[in-house]
Write a protein that binds this ligand. Structure first.
Ligand SMILES: Nc1ncnc2c1ncn2[C@@H]1O[C@H](COP(=O)(O)OP(=O)(O)O)[C@@H](O)[C@H]1O
Ligand SMILES: [Mg+2]
Length: 211
């Protein structure tokens, strides 16, 4: 299964989600290979921190040797491939979308992020991908204050988007995600029982219902 985590805007949580999902999948006994196609290289950096700190298992983060498509033939069918890709390299973005079985799109609760997501979906549609990947959107960095309505409003818009499925578990803005990136640990290694972990477990279980 090749899962691409993509979005046009930076800061939506692609690398954070890819890193934690990769470690979650390994915790579930799955073989995982990640690709970092974003010139920012956040995923590579955090995997490097994890390796230096000696936390196990490490997360294997690759760069494609030639094209991503060529690389895919080296991985056994049961490998969970995760691809983190941003918009600063649109060629890499196209490559990733072309091999994807599934595209996961994190969307922070703001109007510009909703617009960027709509534009992103137009780009995906224009590619008319032969693989016909499953498309999932979800609200990331949702506000934890009940009085703030942006997360609900964003989620409503996402629910109405044609051709994509809403993941009915948002990930809230939680400081443990920032620690996760800086320390090279998954959120479940940092705090085994917290709201963030509960939310993330639900989220991952929706994406991988058989694990
Ligand atoms: N749910 C969340 N709660 C709190 N901080 C988050 C969350 N998701 C991402 N972040 C933080 O937002 C920043 C940008 O996230 P990142 O994963 O690098 O985004 P992207 O890869 O899309 O550019 C990082 O500091 C990250 O720790
Ligand atoms: Mg990133």
């Amino acid at each position: 299964m090749i899962t691409v985590i993509a979005n046009l805007k930076g800061g939506s949580g692609k690398s954070t989600v890819t890193f934690n999902l990769g470690l979650w999948l390994q915790m579930k006994g799955q073989p995982v290979v990640a690709y970092d196609l974003d010139p920012q290289q956040t995923l590579s950096d955090v995997a490097e921190v994890r390796r230096e700190e000696g936390y196990t298992p490490p997360l294997q983060v690759n760069q494609p040797r030639e094209t991503l498509m060529d690389d895919m033939q080296y991985h056994p069918q049961n490998t969970q491939v995760l691809v983190d890709v941003g918009a600063s390299n649109m060629d890499a973005m196209r490559q990733a979308l072309t091999v994807a079985n599934r595209i996961i799109i994190p969307v922070p609760p703001s109007q510009p992020d909703v617009w960027a997501t709509q534009r992103f979906l137009e780009i995906v549609n224009e590619l008319s991908l032969a693989t016909n990947p499953e498309m999932r959107v979800f609200v990331n960095r949702a506000d934890t204050h009940r009085a703030v309505r942006e997360s609900d409003e964003t989620e409503e818009v996402l629910r109405q988007l044609p051709g994509v499925g809403l993941v009915e578990q948002r990930l809230y803005q939680r400081t443990v995600y920032r620690r996760s990136l800086s320390e090279g640990m998954s959120i479940f290694e940092i705090s085994k029982r917290s709201k963030a972990v509960e939310e993330f477990n639900n989220f991952a279980a929706i994406l991988y219902p058989n694990l």
